[in-house]
Design a protein. Structure first.
Length: 228
């Protein structure tokens, strides 16, 4: 967010450069710091709105998850106490499951990945735990592959404060839908922040970490709603 951050969701026309504001307030109050976004098969947009850093800039007490419908209306679908600090978000290809990274760096805070049933109306229910990174650093960005596995940027190589350990080193953690850790791609930075599948076959994984950008070839393709 930071001083001067616009704290809004926009759509940019890549041909004309026109910027359209989709939402910048909820019920008249500015968002905290929109963080991650995903689109379902019906074109509805879901985004997380945590606050990391200077919390004196917050105008609302809730750190939540929101849905923007085709008509432009906005609905908050998740908030405290069910979740603490929402970050990465993903939706399965069948639009039936929403995954959420709940990453609270405070001592004792959630470092969990939750799954929810995503209803046809865009609401979330049946919360269940998929994976817990505690007491290490929790997840940040998250993507899915075509087999339904979660790829999560998480871990840390140098603890930053009390209540955070280096039990999980910095890397990309691959987790099955049932919560089994399938493997980890180590990243030689203190922490990793985000990831995305790219390339024509979606088998190139791009990873942001510190001031560096990494590229990794994978054997499975990443999932996206719009593959073009």
């Amino acid at each position: 967010m930071g001083p001067g951050g616009r704290r809004r969701i926009v759509r940019t026309d890549l041909k004309t450069g026109e910027v359209i504001v989709l939402t910048e307030r909820y019920q008249g109050v500015r968002y905290n710091s929109p963080n991650d976004v995903v689109v379902d098969g019906r074109g509805r947009i879901y985004f997380t709105d945590p606050c990391y850093g200077d919390r004196s800039l917050m105008e609302m007490e809730i750190e939540g998850v929101y849905r923007i419908d085709a008509d432009g209306s906005v609905t908050r679908i998740l908030q405290q106490p069910a979740i603490q600090r929402p970050n990465g978000i993903a939706i399965t290809p069948d639009d039936k499951t929403l995954y959420l990274v709940d990453s609270n760096p405070n001592a004792g805070g959630n470092r969990k990945i939750w799954a929810f049933n995503l209803q046809s109306d865009g609401s979330a229910s049946n919360q269940r735990l998929i994976y817990d990174f505690a007491p290490g650093r929790g997840g940040d960005g998250m993507r899915l592959d075509l087999e339904g596995n979660l790829w999560v940027a998480a871990g840390i190589n140098r603890a930053r404060h009390e209540g955070e350990t280096t039990d999980q080193p910095a890397g990309i953690y691959v987790i099955s839908p049932e919560g089994t850790l399938l493997g980890c791609i180590p990243v030689p930075e203190d922490l990793v922040t985000n990831l995305a599948f790219g390339g024509r076959d979606k088998k190139t994984l791009y990873v942001t970490a510190g001031k560096s950008l990494y590229k990794v070839q994978t054997t499975v393709a990443g999932w996206s709603v719009y593959p073009r």
